[in-house]
Every structure is written in structure tokens, then in C-alpha cells.
Design a protein around this ligand. Structure first.
Ligand code: SIN
Length: 285
């Protein structure tokens, strides 16, 4: 009976935001995905940049199996990790504490717009979050469409950033959610093109973000700051953003090559728990 019901489920894509974001219905991630279903999900992801499947209750292996259809899971458990998890590519984002100390990543409140691990030479292509506990208010994740952010720039700005490189830096020694005035010199960092060409869509998009992009190569500080601020404002325009309001059981995947994301504040005393997996990406060009 159950199998029959699954076999007849109709797959559909329902747009959630004007700029990006779509819900996929009629796909069961607890079972191995056939090639036709994968092609459907993959296209929906490339077209909508962020996809969400509601009401999932996946274990780690099922989440990893889904992610592996898109590429190789990226190990996250570097020297600075607080706590090892059951899989080298799995990380928990939560405000859980043991003995008064946070045991997971990104435990606190608001977080500025960022591209995951853009301070590495090959940033992940995708991040997959599965929500397990959510607070009663707040904690939405906001996504920005970086194709639109690039396309809306004035031709004179596009000319100034053509071929430019940006230094992306992430300082693990601060809370990691807001840019500090001073960043340690030995914080992980990488130079990348300011405008990258998406390897699958072939479209140009901005590859900068407020949390981690520090300066443009070969420019005076004032000019670099001015251009970065122009791009951050384009990224953060309301018409380029969609806010995801979490429910328990959401399985959400974003394209980390052409989006950035930010998090709204939430009550510190309420548990927010996400299981995160990232998929290896290319060197941006
Ligand atoms: C992240 O930046 O990976 C976490 C986003 C969130 O907690 O909503």
C-alpha cells in the first residue's frame, strides 16, 4: 500500500520567493533516488538556487546519500572543530551546551550574509541543512540571489570589478557570525574572482559577501571599501532576497556558488538544531 502510494506521488516544484527558493513535492528521500528523480531535483535546484523538501525525517546516512548524488561530501572536521560527529562531513549547527559550553557550530543569534567556506581555495558547491529543532520565533535563514545582484549593478561598476580579485577571510577566533574590526593575520583566507561564472549555468554572479570579503586586489582601501559596499548593498536588496521560515523536518539545499545567506536572531534559551552537510566544489573562475 505504502509503496503503491509512493510510486504514484506526483513530483512538483512550487516557487517560494520571487528572487529564489522553491519547494519540491512528491519526492521521498528515505529511499534511493532513481536517475529521473535526481535529474528533476537537480534542475529544480539549478533553476531556483535553493530547494526545500518538507516533512523529512532523515538519518545521517540518508542525508549523506542524498548529498552524494550531487558530489563528494566535504570533510568539515578541521582542527578547530569543537566536537567530532558521526560522519566526517556532518556538522551540527546548534546552541546545545554541555557543562555550560556550546558543543556545536554557529550557536548564537544573528549572522551576516556569507558564502560558506569562501575563504578556502575550493569552496563547497552546495550546503544541505536538515532542521531537527527550531525555536518558537526568529532564526529564519535569508538567501540572496547573486546573479541578480551582479546583473543590477551599473555598467560603470561592472567595468571596475571586471577581472578583480577579492580576499575572503574567516576568523574562527571571534563568534564567526559578525565581521570584526580586526581580523587575525593567520585567519584562513583565499583570493577569488569578484565575479565568477557558474560552472553549470554559465551565468555570471557576484562572489563577495559582507561577513568574509575584506578587500579587492590592487586598489586603495577607500576604493575597495566603496566597491565592496556597493556590491553588499546589491546583494542585500529586499528584491534579491527570500527568507526561509523553518519547520522541523525541512531538508534544504542551497547553491553556494551563486547565493549567500544570513540568519536572523532567535531566543537564546530555545533549542535550534540543524544537521549540516556540504558538497565539494570547484575553484571559482
Ligand atoms: C550557516 O550559515 O551554515 C547556518 C545558517 C543557519 O543557521 O540558518
Amino acid at each position: 500500500m505504502v509503496d503503491q502510494a509512493r510510486a504514484t506521488m506526483t513530483r512538483e516544484v512550487v516557487k517560494l520567493g520571487k528572487a529564489l527558493g522553491a519547494e519540491i513535492r512528491g519526492v521521498d528521500l528515505t529511499r534511493p533516488m532513481d536517475d529521473a528523480t535526481f535529474a528533476f531535483v537537480h534542475k529544480a535546484w539549478l533553476d531556483n538556487l535553493v530547494i526545500v523538501l518538507r516533512g523529512m525525517s532523515l538519518d545521517t546516512d540518508q542525508q549523506v546519500a542524498f548529498g552524494t548524488r550531487f558530489g563528494e561530501p566535504a570533510p568539515t572536521q578541521t582542527a578547530n572543530i569543537v566536537r567530532r560527529t558521526e560522519h566526517p562531513a556532518i556538522m551540527y549547527i546548534s546552541n546545545r551546551k554541555e557543562n555550560g559550553k556550546f558543543i556545536d557550530q554557529l550557536p548564537e543569534g544573528e549572522m551576516q550574509f556569507h558564502i560558506d567556506q569562501c575563504y578556502t581555495v575550493r569552496p563547497p558547491k552546495a550546503t544541505i541543512l536538515h532542521s531537527m529543532n527550531i525555536p518558537s520565533a526568529g532564526g529564519d535563514t535569508l538567501f540572496s540571489n547573486h546573479y541578480m545582484a551582479y546583473e543590477c549593478l551599473a555598467p560603470s561598476v561592472k567595468a571596475r570589478i571586471a577581472g578583480a580579485k577579492v580576499l575572503n577571510v574567516y576568523d574562527y577566533s571571534n563568534a564567526g557570525t559578525m565581521k570584526n574590526d580586526r581580523i587575525r593575520d593567520d585567519a584562513p583566507q583565499a583570493w577569488h574572482p569578484v565575479v565568477r561564472t557558474h560552472p553549470e549555468s554559465g551565468r555570471k554572479c557576484l562572489f563577495v559577501n559582507r561577513l568574509m570579503s575584506m578587500k579587492l586586489d590592487g586598489m586603495e582601501k577607500a576604493e575597495s571599501d566603496d566597491l565592496l559596499e556597493t556590491m553588499f548593498e546589491a546583494i542585500e536588496r529586499p528584491e534579491h532576497i527570500w527568507a526561509h521560515e523553518w519547520r522541523v523536518g525541512d531538508l534544504l539545499m542551497w547553491d553556494n556558488r551563486c547565493t549567500s545567506h544570513a540568519r536572523q536572531d532567535f531566543p537564546a534559551q530555545e533549542l535550534r538544531l540543524m544537521r549540516r552537510l556540504t558538497i565539494k566544489g570547484d575553484k571559482p573562475v
